[in-house]
Design a protein around this ligand. Structure first.
Ligand SMILES: [Fe+2]
Length: 292
């Protein structure tokens, strides 16, 4: 099916990002078929919908069309209205608690979500209800392109290899203020293991799965080889030729596939209100690049 003939919009970056000029409600009321968006999403792992106005229930329903939507156990960043929606915000409740996850104004490094979990949910939606005017741009990097950028002998070294992904590494890098008090407990999170190259089951394309915030070593390589190879993977993962920079506006809904992209965020001002809502959902390994 030629999806781009059915869904109107324009590429923001070829092979990575596409802006769709439709309302999410059109998928919810059956005017548009979710299969069309899946085909488009295979070509562009980041899809951006502008000027959306969505209830949380609609956000969850849309996410659930794409994969099993995840209930979140962290109560401190959970929406009071849905156990499947979390908030990132500079706002506070009347009693002084942060409304949601609060990373401070510092930038956030390149990463792929949930790589520290044994079985990551790789589908993600971020919906900007209120977005600061200044700073906070989000960048996505195409990990198919990152894999292509590697020299053939580096690819041969990592193809079929398993990496060790450690949450404590991320804790040492990220600036999530609300996690600081839990550092000791979280740093004991057990290591997990994933392939460092993921194969797309339908297209056969290979994506680099080397999250610099968690990947600590690759099995079968010596310590000296790891010390050489890992920095090459991390450099390719954030290579400027693979990156799309998005100036987020209020009403933007961004959906991306963590199996074949990484993302990061710029420094942002804390003086302006910010409320982002996020869902994560389990993409099936039969149709997506999934670490398993
Ligand atoms: Fe993230």
């Amino acid at each position: 099916m030629e999806s781009t003939q059915l869904i109107y919009g324009k590429p923001l970056k070829e092979g990575l990002a596409f802006e769709i000029d439709v309302k999410v409600e059109e998928f919810l009321d059956g005017s548009l078929d979710i299969d069309e968006i899946e085909a488009l999403w295979r070509q562009y792992p980041l899809l951006v919908f502008r000027r959306q106005s969505l209830l949380e229930e609609e956000l969850v329903r849309f996410s659930s069309l794409l994969g099993e939507c995840e209930a979140v156990s962290r109560k401190d960043i959970l929406s009071p209205y849905s156990d499947k929606v979390i908030y990132f915000s500079t706002l506070k409740y009347a009693d002084g608690r942060n409304l949601g996850g609060f990373a401070g104004g510092e930038d956030v490094d390149w990463h792929s979500d949930q790589t520290f979990r044994p079985s990551p949910s790789t589908g993600a939606i971020l919906y900007g209800v209120e977005v600061p005017r200044d700073g906070g741009d989000i960048y996505w990097a195409d990990q198919y392109r990152a894999y292509e950028l590697l020299l053939p002998d580096v690819r041969r070294k990592i193809d079929g290899r398993i990496g060790t992904y450690r949450y404590a590494k991320r804790l040492g890098i990220m600036n999530a203020t609300e996690l600081k008090g839990k550092f000791d407990e979280l740093s004991r999170t057990p290591d997990v293991f994933h392939p460092v190259v993921l194969d797309h089951p339908l297209t056969g394309k290979k994506a680099l799965y080397a999250d610099p915030t968690t990947l600590v070593s690759i099995d079968g390589l010596t310590e000296a080889e790891n010390a050489v190879i890992l920095p090459l993977l991390f450099a390719a993962g954030g290579d400027p030729s693979a990156v799309y920079r998005h100036k987020v506006l209020s009403g933007d809904l961004m959906m991306w596939d963590n199996g074949c992209t990484m993302h990061r965020r710029d420094v942002m001002t804390l003086e302006q209100p910010r409320l982002m809502k996020r869902t994560t959902f389990r993409l099936p390994a039969s149709r997506y690049c999934v670490p398993h």
